[in-house]
Structures are given as structure tokens and as C-alpha cells.
Design a protein around this ligand. Structure first.
Ligand code: AMP
Ligand code: TRP
Length: 342
């Protein structure tokens, strides 16, 4: 692969997505949505997707899937994704995702899929009983990204391996068909909150599907619930140290400092400088107040948008049309390269 294929011939374009599977967490907000908003502007063309075809790799009740799809769309809008500046849509309305996904199923190797840690974690000992879709999921994710020749993909740390696989698929396609058609996409994983941890166990990721609701902050939690969850968050008894080094073996403490930093747009160092020597009785309420100040306006705007699902559907339909206008010629060109007669 030459430099040309990885950079200059491609328009700077951002693509990212979130699965509509259950409620959104503070991890989704800080690791993804907040950064999606920040990337809107002059530097990139931005596409943000509700990846419903990914959600159904595990069972989704149809009515709940529809609600969750509108909820992710509402969270994008309420957080500041502007549907004029960005292309906001849901994956299943642009059939080219599934079509390019099939082609990539024929490029990716079984051995590559076997190395995907997310599948191993999700499948556990029950790999045989998982859907074939869950196993092939990273290949569809590569299609999501490469269908738009996206150059940059903002994601949380847990998605790094999937973006690297996307590069492997692009490189193998380009090599096999002697072309430089697909770019080598860059993951964008920056800032203090790329892996927001579980509030009850600082060694586990905060996720939509943990056993207890006390483990996570949901974007739609009310102020009292947020305050209670931070108050009850697990910590060690020691106060905050003088420097970040002092948080090395204190994952729960480190997590709360990182959350504070991300919410207040500061570095973790700056937070430690401000709160050096403070006890949890001081830090936790400050963190809760900050989280409520940032999340409350977003959740009330989400509620307002969700009262009018037809308007959300109109925005998604319009975004899908704009997405198709980019995707269709790229898929057609791919078919030509592969030798599919049309
Ligand atoms: P998902 O909810 O799995 O579709 O994830 C959507 C986006 O949120 C991806 O970019 C994830 O990396 C990001 N994300 C999910 N959970 C976390 C977390 N606990 N910390 C940081 N980012 C996260
Ligand atoms: N796999 C991602 C997740 O679980 C969601 C996703 C699907 C995605 N397609 C994508 C993220 C393309 C970035 C780009 O979080």
C-alpha cells in the first residue's frame, strides 16, 4: 500500500456509528457522541449512523428496536449533531451496507475473525450458539466505513481492533484486485474517556448490558439517580493524590477522575491539580453536579425529540438519501472491480 492510497486521494471524511441495543450510557456519550459533535465543521465531511443491522446480531424485540433506533438518533441530535452539517441516518435504509458487507465476507479470512476479542467476550463459552451475524459483524463494520471511503473513525478503545481489521480488509481487497480503491482508515481514539469503566468494578468497561443499573450512568438518568450512582460508586478510602502517578493501581479512582476530566474538557492532570488531597466526600458530589449540568439539558432535549418520532424518522430518511448518494457510486465501482456483471 502506498501513501497515496492511505491519504491524499481521499476526501477527509468521518464515519461512526452506535448500535440501537438498549439505553445509551455515559461511556457512549464521552467515548463517542461528544467527540462526533466536536468533529463537525470545516475539516471533515461527517456521517453518523444508527447501526441497526449490527444490533440484530443479538436478539432484539422489534418494537424495542424501533424505539432504541429513534433514541440513538435523538441522542445525536440532542448532543449537537446538526443534520444539516452531518449526514445522520440509520444503516438499514442504505442497502449498500449489506451488499458491500457480503463482498468483504469474501475478502476477510476466518482466522482474522477468530482473533476478534469482542466476539470472544460476547460469545463466552457459548460460541456455537451465537448468530453467524455476530461472528461476521466486523466485516459489516468495515463495509460501513469503506462504503464512504471514510478516512477517520472516532470510536472508544473497545473498537480499535475492529478498525484495524477494516484496514486489513481494505489492504487485502486493494492487493487482490490490484487497485488502490479503498483507503486505509485511521481510528481516532483520543482523550481521557476512551474506556469509561463500570462504577462498581473499575476493571470492567461501563456497558449498556451490565447486570446492575448501579454500574452505569444512563444518558436518560435523572439528577437524583446520577447523584446516587456516583455517591455509591466504588472507590478506595484514600484521598485523591498529588499527581496522576498516585492513581496507578487505583482503577476506580482513576475512572472518576477521567470522567470528570472528559466532562469538563480538561486533562486528568488538571483535575488532579485542582483536587489534590480532596476526599471522596468532596469529589463525588462535585462530579455528580458536573455530570448533571452536562447531561440534564441533553436528556430533556432527547425526551422532547422522542415525543415526535415522525420528525426523527423524517430526519433519518433524509440522511439516508444523502448517504446513498455517496455510497451507491462507490458500491458500483466495487462491483466493476470485482467483475460482477450489471
Ligand atoms: P456501542 O454502544 O457498542 O454501539 O458503542 C458505540 C460507541 O461508544 C463506540 O465507539 C464505543 O467504543 C463507544 N463506547 C461504548 N462504551 C464505552 C465506554 N465504556 N467507554 C468509552 N467508549 C465507549
Ligand atoms: N461496532 C461498533 C460498536 O459496537 C459500532 C459500529 C458499527 C461502528 N459500524 C461502525 C463504529 C463503523 C464505527 C464505525 O460500538
Amino acid at each position: 500500500m502506498t501513501e497515496a492510497a492511505s491519504h491524499s486521494q481521499f476526501t477527509p471524511r468521518v464515519f461512526s456509528g452506535i448500535k440501537p441495543s438498549g439505553g445509551l450510557t455515559l461511556g457512549n456519550y464521552l467515548g463517542a457522541i461528544k467527540r462526533f459533535v466536536a468533529m463537525q465543521g470545516e475539516a471533515y465531511e461527517t456521517l453518523y449512523c444508527v447501526v441497526d443491522l449490527h444490533a440484530i446480531t443479538v436478539w432484539q424485540d422489534p418494537a424495542e428496536l424501533r424505539t432504541a433506533t429513534r433514541e440513538v438518533a435523538a441522542s445525536y441530535l440532542a448532543s449537537g449533531i446538526d443534520p444539516e452539517k452531518s449526514i445522520l441516518f440509520n444503516q438499514s435504509q442504505v442497502s449498500q451496507h449489506a451488499e458491500l458487507g457480503w463482498i468483504f465476507n469474501c475478502v476477510a479470512r476466518v482466522g482474522w475473525m477468530n482473533r476478534m476479542t469482542q466476539f470472544k467476550e460476547k460469545a463466552g463459552k457459548n460460541a456455537e450458539k451465537q448468530s453467524l451475524g455476530l461472528y461476521a459483524y466486523p466485516s459489516l463494520m468495515a463495509a460501513d466505513i469503506l462504503l464512504y471511503h471514510a478516512t477517520h473513525v472516532p470510536v472508544g478503545e473497545d473498537q480499535k481492533q475492529h478498525v484495524e481489521l477494516t484496514r486489513d480488509i481494505a489492504a487485502k481487497f486493494n492487493h487482490d484486485y490490484k487497485t488502490e480503491f479503498f483507503p486505509l482508515t485511521n481510528p481516532v481514539i483520543e482523550g481521557p474517556a476512551m474506556r469509561v469503566m463500570n462504577l462498581r468494578d473499575g476493571t470492567k468497561k461501563m456497558s449498556k448490558s451490565g447486570e446492575s443499573d448501579m454500574e452505569r450512568i444512563n444518558m436518560l438518568d435523572d439528577a437524583d439517580t446520577i447523584a446516587k450512582k456516583f455517591r455509591k460508586a466504588r472507590t478506595d478510602p484514600a484521598p485523591l493524590p498529588e499527581s496522576l502517578d498516585g492513581l496507578k493501581d487505583r482503577p476506580e479512582a482513576r475512572n472518576l477522575v477521567d470522567i470528570y476530566a472528559a466532562l469538563s474538557d480538561q486533562s486528568p492532570e488538571a483535575v488532579i491539580t485542582e483536587y489534590a488531597g480532596a476526599g471522596w466526600g468532596q469529589f463525588k458530589p462535585a462530579l455528580a453536579d458536573l455530570a448533571v449540568a452536562k447531561l440534564a439539558p441533553i436528556s430533556s432535549e432527547m425526551q422532547r425529540l422522542l415525543d415526535d418520532p415522525a420528525e426523527i424518522d423524517r430526519i433519518l430518511a433524509r440522511g439516508s438519501e444523502r448517504a446513498r448518494a455517496i455510497a451507491a457510486p462507490i458500491l458500483e465501482r466495487t462491483y466493476d472491480i470485482v467483475g460482477l456483471v450489471r
